[in-house]
Design a binder for this molecule. Structure first.
Ligand SMILES: Nc1ncnc2c1ncn2[C@@H]1O[C@H](COP(=O)(O)OP(=O)(O)O)[C@@H](O)[C@H]1O
Ligand SMILES: [Mg+2]
Length: 254
């Protein structure tokens, strides 16, 4: 169904030890298409494990995960690999290939998944993506170690955008960055989202003020369950004590 939400999780449970302990304890969630959704919650509460279910890297012990209208459990490993081209992913570390130039890093997914393109076309697309995220062409031939942390993030984002993904996933993209770089990356996430209408952006963030500033939907996980899903406004007027506590504490520490 084309109008289905970008992500639909139903009763998703995940155990890594054969059912003694559950990391995800029945996640029910719908992430609307075209939204910028932030996932928040205490550390160790299942946010990254949940993201890995969206990407099909983990299979739920029970329950179902539908992404862009497709039930991931119905895909063969090959189909799943192909399906993952519809995602762009940026983790905390940009995870660039150290021995490859900035440009080569962005070309990589295109060489891998767009065998139909000629080399010159691949390079042109990669250059466009790098320009889109605000990287000056004079850096394209440098190695990751020769550019700043901010430029490494931009390169990682350009690589995530290379295949024009329908869903962009960020897992703690600003953890460990200084405040100026954090704001730059948050603004980059927002401008990337806005310049690509229809793209669904999902960001796990420990940075509550950023989540409230840029996201249109917020999910709070706690102990493997969804505590609250709503707009930033819903979060400010909630009566759920744990959410209030988390929000007040998080906003104070910024
Ligand atoms: N592959 C794994 N095997 C066993 N336990 C895991 C695995 N991945 C994550 N966990 C556990 O699941 C819990 C949630 O982890 P995670 O989703 O990474 O938390 P966070 O909300 O900080 O992203 C943690 O207790 C973690 O130790
Ligand atoms: Mg995590």
């Amino acid at each position: 169904m084309m109008n289905e939400p970008a992500v639909v999780m139903k009763d998703v449970m995940k155990s890594f030890d054969g059912g003694k302990d559950y990391v995800l304890k029945g996640i029910n969630m719908e992430i609307p298409r075209g939204s910028l959704t932030a996932i928040i919650g205490f550390s160790g509460t299942g946010k990254s494990v949940m993201l890995k279910h969206l990407l099909g890297l983990y299979k739920p012990t029970s329950g179902s995960v539908r992404v862009l209208g497709t039930d991931l459990s119905k895909l063969s490993p090959d189909q799943l690999t192909k399906f993952r081209c519809r995602f762009g992913v940026l983790f905390q570390s940009a995870a660039l290939f150290d021995d490859n130039t900035v440009l080569e890093n962005v070309c990589f997914p295109l060489y891998e998944h767009r065998r139909d393109l000629k080399e010159a076309q691949v390079v042109r697309i990669a250059e466009q993506k790098l320009e889109e995220v605000g990287l000056d062409p004079k850096h394209f031939g440098k190695l990751p170690s020769q550019i700043s942390g901010g430029m490494q993030k931009r390169t990682g984002l350009a690589r995530a955008l290379a295949l024009d993904p329908e869903i962009l996933i960020y897992d703690e993209p600003t953890t460990g960055l200084d405040p100026i770089l954090t704001e730059m990356v948050d603004n980059l996430i927002l401008s990337t989202h806005k310049s690509r209408p229809g793209t669904t952006s999902i960001m796990v963030s420990h940075d509550l003020s950023a989540a409230f500033r840029i996201a249109d939907h917020i999910v709070m996980l706690d102990s493997g369950k969804v505590l609250l899903f709503g707009t930033p406004e819903d979060f400010f007027k909630t009566d759920i004590e744990l959410v209030k506590k988390f929000v007040n504490k998080g906003m104070k520490h910024q």
